[in-house]
Design a protein around this ligand. Structure first.
Ligand code: IPE
Ligand code: MG
Length: 222
């Protein structure tokens, strides 16, 4: 979800206004996800590198995250959305961690759509943690080195219980992965749009999905 700052700048508004509109866009996309038949949707909300931003902006983002969870929890339940968080979210402020854990617990039985929010997430960090978990299993004897394969490593990823990644969307004209779902992107289809995140609507998502559906995926075959 990129382009909140530029959306605000274009309107001579403070960046936080762009982030606020970004949350509105999230809300509409999450509402539409189930109707569009999405089994899982992962949103990159805060990267492990976003701490480099000025403290004011980090504070604004955390405040918005808090309000989003509080305000939308009921709606998640009503719409069958199961909340999941990937990344080192336990390193966030204790009140936010408590809110997240409560929301995860209260939505655990929902089955329509899994909404995974990436918080304090970095793909390399996730891979290092998964590699460490696999090394630990080898060290304690529960995994033999011969069986240390891709599946064994993937079992230690934050996304272990999620379906394979099909489609990755990046907004705002940037064309990089920025440390997002590096392992999971192996065979994902990539879709780029100039649209800034606050302007991204369910119609854009449907367009990306239609484009995805028309692509031929060979997974290395021919
Ligand atoms: C989304 O937009 C950011 C986060 C969710 C942290 P940006 O804040 O990166 O917006 P630009 O790139 O400055 O336009
Ligand atoms: Mg950006």
């Amino acid at each position: 979800m990129d382009g909140n700052g530029r959306w605000a700048k274009k309107r001579h508004l403070p960046r936080v206004m762009g982030h606020r509109r970004g949350v509105e866009a999230v809300r509409e996309i999450v509402r539409a996800a189930g109707d569009l038949g999405l089994e899982a949707l992962t949103l990159y909300a805060f990267s492990s590198e976003n701490w480099k931003r000025p403290p004011d902006e980090v504070g604004d983002l955390m405040g918005l995250l808090k309000r989003f969870i509080i305000a939308d929890l009921e709606e998640f339940r009503a719409n069958g959305v199961r909340l999941k968080v990937i990344g080192r979210y336990k390193d966030l402020a204790p009140d936010i961690v408590a809110l997240i854990d409560d929301a995860i617990e209260k939505t655990a039985h929902n089955t329509r759509t899994t909404l995974a929010v990436a918080l304090n997430y970095g793909g390399q960090d996730e891979l290092v943690r998964a590699a460490k978990a696999m090394a630990q299993r080898i060290a304690d004897g529960s995994l033999s080195p011969e069986n240390a394969d891709a599946d064994a490593l993937a079992a230690g990823l934050d996304t272990a219980d999620m379906p394979p990644l099909d489609l990755l969307i990046r907004t705002s004209g940037e064309q990089r992965l920025s440390n997002f779902l590096l392992w999971q992107c192996a065979y994902a289809e990539l879709w780029f749009t100039e649209t800034l995140w606050p302007d991204f609507t369910p119609a854009h998502l449907a367009e990306a999905m239609a484009d995805f559906a028309a692509r031929e995926r060979r997974f290395g075959g021919r």
